[in-house]
Ligand binder design. Sequence first.
Ligand SMILES: C[S@@+](CC[C@H](N)C(=O)[O-])C[C@H]1O[C@@H](n2cnc3c(N)ncnc32)[C@H](O)[C@@H]1O
Length: 215
Amino acid sequence: MEINVNRYLELLIKENEKQNLVSRKAGREELIGHVEDSLKLLDFYKIKDKKVIDIGSGAGFPALLLAIYCPDAMFTLVESDLKKSNFLIQAVGELGLKNVRVLRERAEILGQNPLYRAHYDICTSRAVAALNVLLEYGLPLLELEGRLFLWKGKNYAAEIAQAEQALTVFKARVEDVCLYSLLEEKDRAIVVVKKEAPTPQKYPRRVGIPAKRPI
Ligand SMILES: C[S@@+](CC[C@H](N)C(=O)[O-])C[C@H]1O[C@@H](n2cnc3c(N)ncnc32)[C@H](O)[C@@H]1O
């Protein structure tokens, strides 16, 4: 596993010199911090045998790292940006990961596609949008009783409060908040939201609307 993480980091550092996949200034130390942050979920939850969808995968945090460590879970990485999704496809190929597929698509489109809607046990997302927006992206993709795992910083409590109306509309519940600290950042949280009812068919709304007019 560690070998694969090191290969992934080498690949990311090399490609990041050519194209901006993560902040250009991000050195190896900072990237290792992102790796640790991604893998933190496994200290709290087991995801063996689960169907996982990750929204806004970027250069691979958290889902590519989780996929390396959880070969028994199946991962769908959703990233709308062309160069980032191409990098993900390249990394999956070079690392020989058989449990990952990459989709260059918007979450709003997949949420209205019967092939993906209500199909996943788990949806992850890190550094993509505010919590109320992520509820609209993620909940339609989950099966009933599925869970969203949302990586957040020190503002997590304010984001939960801001999402009160969206939680009511979607009949979802904040079930847990996993708190931890990383070297650089003291207050990190993975907010766990449980889906308790089918999502009304009108959600997610059209591309861009959830972020522009959050519930
Ligand atoms: C700030 S980056 C974070 C990437 C990664 N999750 C991380 O933690 O480093 C946010 C990414 O989400 C993608 N994204 C934002 N909204 C999206 C949507 N609705 N559907 C798919 N991808 C989206 C963007 O293209 C961008 O690459």
